[in-house]
Design a protein around this ligand. Structure first.
Ligand SMILES: NC(=O)c1ccc[n+]([C@@H]2O[C@H](COP(=O)([O-])OP(=O)(O)OC[C@H]3O[C@@H](n4cnc5c(N)ncnc54)[C@H](O)[C@@H]3O)[C@@H](O)[C@H]2O)c1
Length: 375
């Protein structure tokens, strides 16, 4: 699988997601996995055995190796700051799991160190490398459905793999849901709607416990889209579900899945707009395009007179399951970053700034929800 000029990658954090990524990266010809490290010996040993590489129990040993060019940091959030700083200071490129950091002060320091050492340090924001999210971006950028006015993310996640003692519930280790998890969606919405700021935030604890399991906030994007984000980790595994509804001037876009798979539109358009939407939704099996009766074609929306001739209801579902789409996104992001290591003029979809800006939004949500919070 590997070529002679391949880059050496070392993993720090041999847990669930580090393992998932390594299983993807070992299929990438441009890299060779050289070692994995974990402070838990059994975790490092098990993954090293599966991959046929060396197991290390001290992350600094992995960072110091000459054959490691890229360090993948896949440990709990509170450790990212120290590990990323050590890796970039040793001249290693880093792929960091979300969140980049626990707060913006850390993030700025980390990215300044990466810049000084002339290495890249992006966050693994897989949602930007997904056919459904790219399609939504193309629809929004085309302007055919008018401006996006509002968006609502409903993210109801399962908590079956998150027992009470899991680091996820300890805000000193995870940063809480806005920081640990919300960053994915703050970044995605910045990709879709541009920069914004948090105008409202709230959190809820599980009754009788300190576990903050529901968080919600509202972001006003500079272009005028007002987006609400709801995250909950309280569902049975089989009921894990996520959807986005984007309300535009001329209709709705809906996206289904935390790893987005299905995109649906319900819109009105003129002839040209209808053609463009049909072409963007190419491959849809489920579509209905109706002629609007002559007498109803002149409409007013937001005070603007428009002429529409078609009502389109189109749903596009990929012929792929969640895990393969997820793995494909991880691979696409990684290959994009490798291209930038090889050719520093390569324009990446995800850059260091995205990791930092998502933490900034998450931090302001935390502060708005609890002004006393020590973040
Ligand atoms: N991009 C994504 O889609 C995505 C998905 C899941 C998780 N994640 C992120 O990946 C990271 C890891 O999550 P996970 O679910 O794999 O967690 P996990 O608990 O399954 O694994 C974490 C591993 O890190 C090890 N570890 C902890 N501190 C360490 C240290 N200082 N040095 C070396 N090893 C250390 C632990 O022993 C454990 O094996 C988190 O930041 C999480 O937010 C990203």
């Amino acid at each position: 699988m590997n070529d002679e000029n391949s880059l050496g990658i070392g993993l720090i954090g041999c847990g669930a997601f580090g393992k998932f990524c390594m299983e993807v990266f070992r299929e990438v010809p441009a890299v060779r996995i050289v070692a994995v490290a974990d402070v838990v010996k059994d975790a490092a040993d098990a993954l090293a055995k599966e991959l046929g590489v060396e197991a290390l129990y001290d992350p600094q040993e992995l960072i110091a190796r000459d054959d490691v060019n890229v360090v993948h940091v896949a440990t709990p959030p509170s450790t990212h700051y120290e590990l990323l700083l050590a890796a970039v200071s040793a001249g290693k490129h880093v792929l960091c799991e979300k969140p980049l950091a626990m707060n913006v002060t850390q993030a700025d320091e980390m990215l300044a160190a990466a810049g000084r050492n002339n290495v890249i340090a992006p966050v693994n924001f897989v949602l930007r490398y997904n056919a459904a999210t790219e399609l939504v971006k193309s629809i929004l950028d085309s302007g055919v459905m008018g401006r996006p006015l509002a968006a609502r993310l409903t993210n109801c996640a399962a908590d079956s793999n998150l027992p009470v003692g899991h680091w996820f519930w300890d805000k000193d280790l995870s940063g809480g849901i806005f920081i640990e998890h919300g960053v994915h969606f703050f970044d995605l919405y910045s990709y879709w709607f541009g920069p914004g700021c948090v105008i409202d935030a709230h959190t809820e604890k599980r009754e009788g416990t300190g576990q903050e399991d529901r968080v919600m906030c509202t972001i006003r994007h500079d272009g005028g889209t007002v987006a609400s984000h709801y995250h909950a980790f309280d569902q049975a595994a089989m009921m894990d579900r996520t959807d986005h509804r984007i309300i535009c001037e001329l209709g709705d876009i809906r996206v289904d899945g935390w790893i987005p798979l299905t995109v649906s539109i319900d819109a009105v358009a003129d002839e040209k707009g209808a053609e463009e939407l049909i072409s963007l939704m190419d491959g849809a099996e489920n579509s209905s395009v109706e002629d609007i009766a002559e007498g109803l074609r002149n409409v007013v929306s937001r005070g603007v007179q428009r002429s529409v001739s078609r009502r389109l209801r189109i749903t596009l579902t990929p012929n792929a399951d969640k895990q393969s789409v997820y793995a494909g996104s991880v691979r696409a992001l990684f290959e994009d970053q490798l291209a930038a290591i090889r050719d520093r003029s390569h324009a990446r979809i995800v850059t260091e700034k995205n990791g930092r800006d998502a933490v900034a939004l998450a931090e302001s949500a935390v502060r708005l929800a609890d002004p006393e919070s020590e973040i």
